[in-house]
Structures are given as C-alpha cells and as structure tokens.
Write a protein that binds this ligand. Sequence first.
Ligand SMILES: *Cc1c(COP(=O)(O)O)cnc(C)c1O
Length: 496
Amino acid sequence: MEISYKSTRGSGETLTASQAILQGLSPDGGLFVPTQIPRLPKSLQELSQLSYQELAYEIMSRFLTDFTPAELKSCIQKAYDSKFDTDAIAPLVERDGAHYLELFHGATIAFKDMALSILPHLMTVSAKKNREEREIVILTATSGDTGKAAMAGFADVPGTRIIVFYPKHGVSPIQEKQMVTQKGNNTHVVGITGNFDDAQTAVKKMFHDPDLAGELSRAGFLFSSANSINIGRLVPQIVYYVYAYATLLREGKIQEREKINVVVPTGNFGNILAAYYGKQMGLPIEKLICASNDNKVLYDFFSTGIYDRDREFILTTSPSMDILISSNLERLIYKIAGEDSAKCREFMGSLSTEGKYTITAAMREQLGDFYGDFATEAETAQTIARIFRDTGYMIDPHTAVAAAVYGKYKAQTGDGRATVIASTASPYKFTRSVLSALDAKYDSMTDFELVDALHGLTGVPIPRAIEEIRTAPILHDRVVDAEDMPGTVLDILGIS
Ligand SMILES: *Cc1c(COP(=O)(O)O)cnc(C)c1O
C-alpha cells in the first residue's frame, strides 16, 4: 500500500515520504501526516521473533513507501549499530511494578537518539531520490537533548550542515557541555538569551520566511528540520513501542492481543504521538498516559479541552519537557478535527494570535485513548528516591515524572494491567537533580564528582557519552538574542 503525506494546514496536495522528510515542515506552516495509517504487517507473535533492526524495517517500510528495501535497510543498519551500548537497542527492565523501556542506550544517552541516529541517513537518501543538489542546512531549536542528538547524528555527514540553538540558561550543565564540545566541521551551536519556546518560535519563523529561503537557495543551501515535527523522526519512534510489546510477549509477560498501557514523559508530544500511531496500526494499547511536569499545559488540555499557553514558564529538573507549545499536538488536533485542515489552521491561528484555542465537544470525545496528569518537582524527586530505595533502580527526572504520574493513574483507576514507561534519559545525564533527590549532601559536589558518586551508588557503568566530555575542549561559545538568530544563520553560512 502506497502511503503519501499531506499538510495539517494544506489543501490536500500530497508528497512522497522522501519529499516530506526533506521539507520537514510544510510551507503553509502545517505538519506532514500520513494519508493513512498502515496496519501492523504481521502477527504480534511473528513480530516478537524479530531483532530490533528487522522490526524497524517491518514498521518503517510500511510508512516510507517510496524507499526501496535496500535503501531503508542501509539506513537502519547505519543507525542501529555499535553506537548503542546494547544489542537490544531498547531494552525493557521490570522494576517497581512497571516495565521501563530504556530509550537511552544511544550516542547521547537520551531517547532522541532513537530517531536522530537514523534521520540523517533518511535525509541524504531522500535528497538523492529527489535529485536535490543543494546542501541541506538543518536548523534546530533544542530544549536540551535534541540538539546534541541531532549533531551526533549529522556530524560529518556529507552534504549536510547543522545549526543548533539552545536556551543558554535552560539546559543542564551536562547537556550544555555535551553540546559545546561537539566535533564535526559541519556543526554549529549557539546559545540564546531566551527560553526554548523563544528559540523554537524564531526557528519556525525562519522556515516561513520566503526572503530568507530565497537568499539561502541562491547561495546553494536548503533549510530542513531535525525537530520532532519531521516525519522522519516520528516514524522511527513507532518502532520501539511495537518492540516493547513484542518483548513482553516473547518473555511471556503478556498474552498475544492483551492490552498494555504506555506512559510517556511528554514535552513536544512527539514520543507519545508515535505510541498513538502504533495503537492505530493495531498495537494493543489501552491508555496512552501523557505525563507532564509543572509546565502542565497538556494536562490542562486533556482535562478541559482548552489549550492555553498563556502562563508562567517554569524551569524544572526535567528541562526537555519545559515546553508550552507542544508542536506535535497539531497532528492529533488535525485527526480529531476529522482531518479538516481549515479547522486545524483556525485552531493554530488562534494559538499564535491569542495564545489559546478550545476544541469542540465532538473532538474531546475522541480523546478517550489518552489520560493526562502531571507531577510537581517535589513528587518527581520523591519518586526518584523511593524507587531507588525500594529497588536499587535509578531513573532520571523525566522518567520520574512519568513514574509519578503512573502512580497517580493506578491509584485513581485501579488499572493493574502491564504498563510500559518510556524511560527517556540516562540518570547520568541529570546527575545533580537525581542525587539531590536522594540527599542534600550531594549539593556541593562538582558535576563530575556527581558522576562518580552515581556510579558508586548504582554500579551502572559510566556511559561513553559522559566519559568523553570530561576533558573535551569547548568548541562553541556564541550567545545571541532570539531576534538575532536569522543574522547568525547567515553569518555562519558565510552569506551576507
Ligand atoms: C525530548 C524529551 C522528552 C519529551 O519528548 P517529546 O517527544 O518532546 O514529547 C522527554 N524526556 C527527554 C529526556 C527528552 O529528551
């Protein structure tokens, strides 16, 4: 079955998968969605016998239908290799009455690696397929993890350059060190004085600026996006939900077709949307539990039907979820609006002019797949400490938000079915927050003393990603205001 892609704000014209991957965002400001969600290609029993790479091929080939088998298999092979520190790629660990799906075994020890290790290969193949001669310029705003994971993926990939903007005061010290030490002649990292939403809004504006695009094109460059709005990010993320289900089945933890719950610590709504697509493919999922931190705009949306970004932006210990505009939610809005792009455009217009929109009662009725809740900073810290005390398993603050929300869900519903919690970062990436949750005595230690302390406590080997930056020189130190971002891009590309 041929799958093509259309914009959530468009007039129905369609693109191939490779075209949608190259463009990232639609010129009308919308996001690309598949014209149809394919069904799971084989029985769950059959899928449970496959390796991660084989399963990735089975799932992704159903979405990226203009890729040849050889092209797609080569992308998968280059992505899911020894950059990951385990053959399972995404291991499932049972602790504290839940199954933690560890998505942090890649190059930058956070879940963004799952998609960003394959996106550069999907993009260069897409460029070739579409006879694109211009150099691809990846422009990305990051709340911490995307930036490093994108650079790790794109570094020294021929025909590409990558420019990453991050909120100078909104990422963890380890996250910042990871970014500013990035090697590769085609990588550029710039801090901005505002927050993540300021960076993301400015990046989106650049994508929509025809004058800027023209200027770039004349100089031989083409903008694209590695943010989670790119369908080349979304599709690889569906794979690990199927893999988690397959693992539970293979290990005899569930029966075939038994429904499970999935809990996702959510920011931009990309990860949980992939689980939703998995459910639509036929994966037996009961509830998609959307976990937010104190920036609980999604919790409020699920409980009231009103999306309202007009609120205080709170810096938390789970910075990758400090987001007030969850871009990928637009794909869900489009779906529950009956794939009506005019309606979708109206909601998104209202979000950008008034800062909010209210969905209709008919749309709310279609949100039954989801359960939303949030965890405060205190609840998050308590959850880290409790799970470590009870089981010896250390989780990072993002995963702890999910674990805390899962606790609330169970208490409220009494639902005891098998549940997968997306574990989105290694605790080694957030040592200060993790250890402060245990004891105030860690507060005075340096970041690398904390790394050693965490190793002493858990015995978990220190990941290569952390060892590497202990002594790495800082290669990027530029900081600009959000309004100066377009000028900075031109300067970096040597156009002016
Ligand atoms: C990006 C990120 C999230 C949020 O994922 P979304 O797809 O943006 O909802 C959660 N945890 C970590 C560690 C992340 O890096």
